[in-house]
Design a protein around this ligand. Sequence first.
Ligand code: COA
Length: 192
Amino acid sequence: MIESKQSKCVVSDFRIEKLNESHLNIIQKFESYEQDLVDFLIEDAFDNQEKNISTTYLWFDKRSDKLISYITLLADAISLTRGLKDEFISKNVFYKSLPAIKIGRLCVSDNYLRKGIGSLMIKFAMYKVMKINETIGCRFLTLDAIRNDDIRKDSLHFYKKIGFEVLRERQKGTIPMYRDLYYLIEEYKKII
Ligand SMILES: CC(C)(COP(=O)(O)OP(=O)(O)OC[C@H]1O[C@@H](n2cnc3c(N)ncnc32)[C@H](O)[C@@H]1OP(=O)(O)O)[C@@H](O)C(=O)NCCC(=O)NCCS
């Protein structure tokens, strides 16, 4: 694991494991300022997975074996709101909704923020969409960004920085966001 603040992590620093029963002790020690995301991991992630509602991936630092972060994915559909609907109509796509994978939860442990791990987990989610797209149509990533009064902890800015767009503005609570992966998927189709 990278120690300095300036350097960023790479995916090969991690071992990624799908959550299973053997992790139930390890997840108890996970720490984040977003307590809801800690509670979800400890109380609901495994149960939801057993019920085929969502799938959670744990990211361990290969060197220390520590649990650093997690991401939860599930199937979704994006409802095309005004601007987006018009954009698709101009491309002769007349559906009300389009297929997506949702990032249900994403959390990096407090001591490992700003090392590029959140960005790596987003790339992992993109990779999953591309893999699904090989057999089942899927085009978007969606999520609900958690707001925080402290701008350094407001995930909306993180998601905007890495290319997500706001689907609907809301005064309170989370903000629905999306990223269209069409061009990325097409690029990869040419080389794989
Ligand atoms: C949001 C979160 C996943 C970002 O993870 P991270 O590993 O710290 O993010 P990265 O290091 O990949 O950041 C990439 C860029 O996004 C920006 N960024 C990251 N977090 C940010 C934040 N909270 N606010 C504004 N910008 C942010 C940074 O500019 C960063 O680039 P830089 O460090 O080169 O300037 C992490 O802060 C987190 O887990 N927070 C608690 C839980 C949470 O809010 N999850 C999202 C729920 S929807």
